[in-house]
Ligand binder design. Structure first.
Ligand SMILES: Cc1cc2nc3c(=O)[nH]c(=O)nc-3n(C[C@H](O)[C@H](O)[C@H](O)COP(=O)(O)OP(=O)(O)OC[C@H]3O[C@@H](n4cnc5c(N)ncnc54)[C@H](O)[C@@H]3O)c2cc1C
Length: 535
C-alpha cells in the first residue's frame, strides 16, 4: 500500500518538514512547533496528521501495541475481526480528511457500497431489508402504515436539511465554545430545524407504527442515546442512514486505521506504541509529558485520551478542570456486551449488518438508562463482514460479531457473561434461524471491564458521553483544556462527538484551535465553556 510514497516520507523525516506531503505548503504558526499527541485512536491519528501537515514536529504516544483505540482488530487464525466500529458512514468526512493532504481514501483502502444497508429481524417473525435505493423506501414504509410513504419523504427532507445545517454549521465548523454559537448565520440556517424536542416526540409526529419509529430511531445507538433523551436535531442521522449510503472498507474499519497510520508516517509523525503517558504538567518552557521511561518538553499537547482519564490520572490534583461531581452527573452512553466469533461455514440469512429487535424496545432502553440490568429481551446488532469481504476469514468460514448495548457500570464477571452468551446465541437461533453454537472455532468477548480497563472509559461506557441536549455542541467538554493552556482534546468526548466521522473531524478542530491560539497568543485564547455551566 502506497509504496511509492516511501521516498517522500523519508524526505519528510530528514527535513522535518511536511510541505512535500500535502496539507499546507505555506509556513504556518505551527511550523517547527514540538508537539505530542497522546493516544492513537481516530481523533489522535487525525490530529497528528493535521499537525504534521501544517509543519509541526509530532510524536504520537500510544499506550497499547496497536493503533485505533476502540477501533481495534483481532487478527488470529486467518480471522480479521473489527472489535469496535463496523459501519462506515458519512463518506464525505473521510474524503475531506484525506483531501487535506492531497490524498483520497482510495489511496489507502477500497470501499464497497452495501445493498441492502442492513436487514432487520423483528422477534414477531417479520423481516425487512433496508435498500440502498432511497426511492424504494416510501413503498417499504407504506406497507406498514397508510400515508407513511409520504410522511417518510417529508421526514427525510427535514433530516437532510438538519444534516446540511448540522454538518456545515456544527461539524465542519468548530462551535465548541458558546461564543462560536453567537452567529446569526446559525439561526438563519437552523430555521425549521427542531432542536429541542426529544427524538421520540418528533418521530411520533410522522409515524405511528412502532416498527417505523424504530427504523428511523435505531441510528441513535451510534450516538449513545435513547429516543427519549436524544434531541430531535439528530434526525439528521436518518439522512446519513437512508440517503448517504453504507460502505465497507475491504479488511474492515481497521484498514482505515492502517491508512491513517500510513499517512501519519508519510507526513513525518513519529509513532510510539506501547508508551503510556503517566503525567502532563505545565512548565515555563511549554508542557512536560511523562512516560515510564522519558519526559518530553513540548510546545503543545493534543490528548486523544479522554478528559476524564486525563483529569483523574494524568494532571496534578491542583490542575483539575471538571471535578468528580461533573463526571458523576454525566449521562453515559451504553457499554456493550460483544462477542467476537470465528465460525465454520456461512451464516445465511444474516446480512452484512443485521438488527434483531423486539417489537417494543422500551424495556431495553430502560435497562440501559433508568434501571441498569442485563436486558431481558435484548435488541442487538450482528455484523457479518464476510458476507461482503472474503479477506476477513479463512476459506469456508465467517466472522460474526454480536453487539448488545448494555448499561455502563454493570458487573460483568464470567458468570454473567456466559449466562448472557447462552441467552443471546439462543435468541439469535430462534429469531434468525442461525444457530452458531456448534460451529464456533474462535471466540472472544468484551464488555464493561474491557472498556474501563483498556481505555479508561468512565463506568466502562463504550461510547462515552451520550449526545443528550446537555451534552451537545458547546456543552461537551471543550477542545481547549482549561487546566493547561497548551493542552487540547481530540476524540469523541469533545465536539462534535461520538463516531468515527466525528472523531476524524475533531482532530482537525483541535489543530485549528491550537493554530488559532498560537497565532493570536495567550490573550486570544478564551477558554469556554466553564465546566460549571454544563454541570
Ligand atoms: C463497540 C463499538 C462500536 C462502534 N460502532 C461504530 C460504528 O459502527 N461506526 C462509527 O462511526 N462509530 C462507531 N463507534 C464509535 C467510534 O468507534 C468511537 O466514537 C471512536 O472510535 C472513538 O475514537 P476516539 O478518537 O475518541 O479515541 P479512542 O478510540 O477512545 O482512543 C483513544 C486512544 O488513546 C489511548 N490512550 C488513552 N490513554 C492513554 C495514555 N495515558 N497514554 C497513551 N495513550 C493513551 C488509547 O489506548 C486509545 O488508543 C463504535 C464504538 C464502539 C466501542
Amino acid at each position: 500500500m502506497c509504496a511509492n510514497r516511501t521516498t517522500a516520507a523519508d524526505e519528510t523525516r530528514m527535513t522535518g518538514r511536511s510541505d512535500q506531503q500535502g496539507g499546507s505548503s505555506d509556513p504556518t504558526a505551527l511550523s517547527g512547533l514540538d508537539t505530542v499527541v497522546i493516544g492513537g485512536g481516530i481523533g489522535g491519528l487525525s490530529a497528528a496528521c493535521h499537525l504534521a501537515g501544517r509543519g509541526a514536529n509530532v510524536r504520537l504516544l500510544e499506550r497499547h501495541d496497536t493503533l485505533g483505540g476502540v477501533a481495534g482488530r483481532i487478527e488470529t487464525e486467518g480471522f480479521r475481526i473489527d472489535t469496535g466500529p463496523s459501519w462506515y458512514l458519512m463518506p464525505d468526512t473521510f474524503e475531506r480528511f484525506f483531501s487535506a493532504f492531497d490524498r483520497e481514501p482510495s489511496d489507502y483502502y477500497d470501499l464497497t457500497r452495501l445493498d441492502p444497508h442492513y436487514r432487520v429481524f423483528w422477534k414477531d417473525g417479520d423481516r425487512i431489508d433496508v435498500p440502498d435505493d432511497p426511492a424504494a423506501l416510501p413503498g417499504l414504509f407504506e406497507a406498514y402504515e397508510s400515508g407513511a410513504g409520504d410522511a417518510l419523504e417529508s421526514y427525510l427532507d427535514m433530516a437532510q436539511h438538519a444534516y446540511e445545517v448540522g454538518i456545515e454549521e456544527f461539524v465542519y465548523r468548530d462551535r465548541s465554545r458558546f461564543r462560536d454559537c453567537l452567529d446569526p448565520r446559525i439561526l438563519k440556517a437552523a430555521r425549521g430545524v427542531d432542536l429541542l424536542s426529544s427524538m421520540q416526540e418528533y418521530v411520533e409526529e410522522y409515524f405511528e407504527h412502532p416498527k417505523l419509529q424504530q427504523l428511523v430511531q435505531y441510528t441513535l445507538v451510534f450516538l449513545g442515546g435513547s429516543p427519549h433523551n436524544t434531541p430531535a436535531i439528530y434526525t439528521l442521522m436518518s439522512h446519513v442512514d437512508f440517503n448517504l449510503g453504507v460502505y465497507h472498507p475491504t479488511g474492515g474499519i481497521a484498514s482505515v486505521i492502517d491508512g491513517m497510520a500510513d499517512l501519519a508516517t508519510e507526513l513525518g509523525v513519529e509513532i510510539e506504541p506501547n508508551t503510556p503517558v503517566s503525567a502532563i504538567e505545565p512548565h515555563p518552557d511549554g508542557v512536560l509529558v511523562s512516560t515510564d521511561s522519558k519526559t518530553h518538553t513540548v510546545d503543545r499537547v493534543v490528548s486523544n485520551a479522554n478528559p476524564y482519564h486525563v483529569e483523574r490520572d494524568l494532571l496534578s490534583p491542583t490542575a483539575t478542570e471538571y471535578g468528580n461531581q461533573y463526571w458523576e452527573d454525566r449521562t453515559y452512553a451504553p457499554s456493550a456486551f460483544l462477542m467476537y466469533l470465528g465460525v465454520e461455514g456461512e451464516v445465511n440469512p444474516l446480512a452484512h449488518h443485521t438488527l434483531v429487535l423486539p417489537t417494543d424496545w422500551d424495556d431495553h432502553f430502560e435497562a440501559i438508562f433508568d434501571d441498569p440490568q442485563w436486558p431481558a429481551d435484548p435488541a442487538y446488532y450482528v455484523n457479518v463482514p464476510t458476507v461482503t469481504d472474503d479477506t476477513m476469514a479463512p476459506a469456508g468460514h465467517s466472522v460474526v460479531v454480536v453487539l448488545v448495548p448494555i448499561a455502563a457500570g454493570l458487573a460483568d464477571g464470567e458468570t454473567a457473561r456466559s449466562r448472557y452468551r447462552e441467552q443471546v446465541l439462543s435468541d439469535l437461533a430462534t429469531h434468525t434461524g442461525v444457530d452458531l453454537r456448534d460451529r464456533i472455532v474462535f471466540e472472544r468477548s468484551a464488555c464493561v471491564s474491557e472498556f474501563a480497563d483498556r481505555f479508561s472509559l468512565p463506568n466502562g461506557s463504550a461510547l462515552g458521553l451520550a449526545h443528550t441536549l446537555r451534552q451537545t455542541g458547546p456543552l461537551r467538554p471543550s477542545i481547549r483544556s482549561s487546566a493547561i493552556d497548551e493542552l487540547y482534546y481530540a476524540g469523541s468526548y469533545t465536539s462534535p462527538g461520538i463516531g468515527v466521522p466525528m472523531c476524524l473531524v475533531s482532530g482537525e478542530h483541535a489543530v485549528d484551535a491550537l493554530e488559532a491560539d498560537a497565532t493570536a497568543g495567550p490573550i486570544g485564547r478564551l477558554v469556554s465553556p466553564p465546566a460549571w455551566l454544563s454541570s
